[in-house]
Ligand binder design. Structure first.
Ligand code: LLP
Length: 414
């Protein structure tokens, strides 16, 4: 059930009215629901009861410490892609033994930090990275557990920018290179071959591509076993989509059923790296209409949030539902919901049929994933505040940036 519901005409996050949040904390701001986060994680974990499995939340989707904390307390592990994310996750109190490190460009410094704190596994994405990791592990006097991220060359049938499992993508090692690379990895003395990994894309709306990828990966697992390289875990990445508009993504149960059926009896630990599915529908961006600018060709509603806050519509043409916090009577018109940033691409929604007046509050829905985490300071706009609602309480989990902070690291010439 959605944590964002209308009560007495006012949109609420759990027990707190969004109008009250806007009053107290100002707009624009992000509002997350603790309950929605927990429920989304539970949906995975309840399917995995009795199975050696770990849900490693993909931190890039939303890296606020409070979000990480809520998920860590409920037993989530983490999938990180930088030293920055590693330090965030540790700051949130996560157990390093539940962290996997993905990404094509890990620096030696990042590897060293991850080795020192003792993460669970490095998802290695190239031959060159394998050599670097072995060398860094040797210097630090540690053994690095690794899996190879294999590119299974399957079509995830999603937006090309978020499709990652095709040969033409930069991610992972080519399928046919995997066996020789595993042989090489098992000969390197500071590496311990522990698993295999794949991630084929994001916002997938069917389970078939996951299953296709898994079948290919399992072929490799069997070939490796025949050569005496026994893997302990299989990491199936993230990618399960959510409903933004009218999509009908599979339930977690339907997504996992064919996967778990294929893994039955194999004694492989299962890792998953969901990002969007855990946080996407657990957050909204709350914004206020500054001006209405009706016109002959288009009607513009200029709001106080912009593409620097939520880049997805401008970047991918993504749809986010936009709903008034309080519905008003009056003529409905199609509005271009745009921000104050000086770019024609600065839109949050196009042609939305709404009855609007200046000063109205709007909630931009499904803004928990790849939203604040992809925000910028373009046009010297301070990043918006983040709130986490827990029952009847709204907690400020990141205060609004100040303009002084934006240029605090800069110097004028002497
Ligand atoms: N694991 C790896 C290695 C990944 O690269 C990603 C996402 C995930 C897990 C989590 O995927 P998810 O479960 O969230 O689909 N900015 C884009 C999405 C980029 C996804 C990047 N990788 C967007 O706003 O749609």
């Amino acid at each position: 059930m959605s944590a964002f519901v209308r009560r007495e005409g006012i949109l609420h996050a759990e027990g707190v009215s969004l109008a009250e949040i806007a009053e107290r904390f100002g707009t624009p701001c992000w509002v997350y629901s603790r309950h929605a986060l927990e429920e989304a994680l539970d949906e995975f974990q309840s399917e995995l009861v009795g199975i050696e499995a770990l849900v490693c939340y993909a931190v890039k989707a939303n890296s606020n410490l409070a979000v990480l904390d809520v998920l860590a307390r409920r037993g989530a592990g983490f999938d990180i892609v930088s030293g920055g994310e590693l330090r965030r996750v540790l700051a949130a109190g996560a157990d390093p033994r539940r962290i996997v490190f993905s990404g094509v460009g890990k620096s030696a410094g990042e590897m060293e930090l991850a080795l020192r704190v003792g993460i669970l596994c490095f998802n290695v994405e190239s031959a060159a990275e394998l050599d670097r990791l072995d060398a860094v592990a040797c210097e630090v006097g540690k053994v690095a557990s690794i899996s190879l991220r294999v590119n299974p060359d399957v079509d995830a049938r999603t937006h090309p920018y978020v499709s990652t499992g095709l040969k033409e993508n930069k991610f992972g090692v080519a399928y046919e290179d995997a066996l020789p690379l595993y042989r090489r990895a098992s000969s390197l003395s500071n590496l311990r071959v522990s698993g295999i990994d794949c991630h084929i894309g994001s916002q997938l709306l069917e389970s078939a591509p996951f299953v296709e990828a898994l079948d290919k990966v399992l072929l490799l697992v069997d070939r490796l076993a025949a050569e005496g390289i026994a893997l302990e875990h299989i990491d199936l990445g993230g990618g399960l989509g959510i409903r933004y508009r009218d999509e009908a993504p599979p339930t977690v149960r339907d997504y996992l059923r064919p996967i778990l059926a294929r893994l039955r009896g194999r004694r492989l630990h299962v890792l998953l790296e969901p990002g969007r599915r855990l946080v996407g529908n657990a957050g909204v961006l709350l914004t206020r209409v500054e001006y209405l600018k009706p016109g002959d060709v288009k009607n513009f509603a200029i709001v106080d949030a912009a593409m620097n806050d939520l880049a997805r519509p401008a970047l991918y043409g993504s749809w986010h539902d936009i709903v008034p916090v309080v519905r008003r009577q009056g003529p409905v018109r199609p509005w271009e919901i745009v921000g104050p940033v000086c770019e024609s691409g600065d839109f949050l929604g196009r042609g939305r049929d709404l009855a609007l007046a200046a000063g109205d509050l709007l909630a931009i829905m499904s803004a928990g994933a790849y939203s604040m985490s992809m925000s910028s300071n373009y046009n010297s706009r301070p990043r918006a505040a983040e709130l986490m609602v827990d029952g009847n309480q709204a907690h400020l989990v990141r205060r609004r940036e100040t303009v002084e902070e934006l240029y605090a690291l800069e110097n004028r010439l002497p």
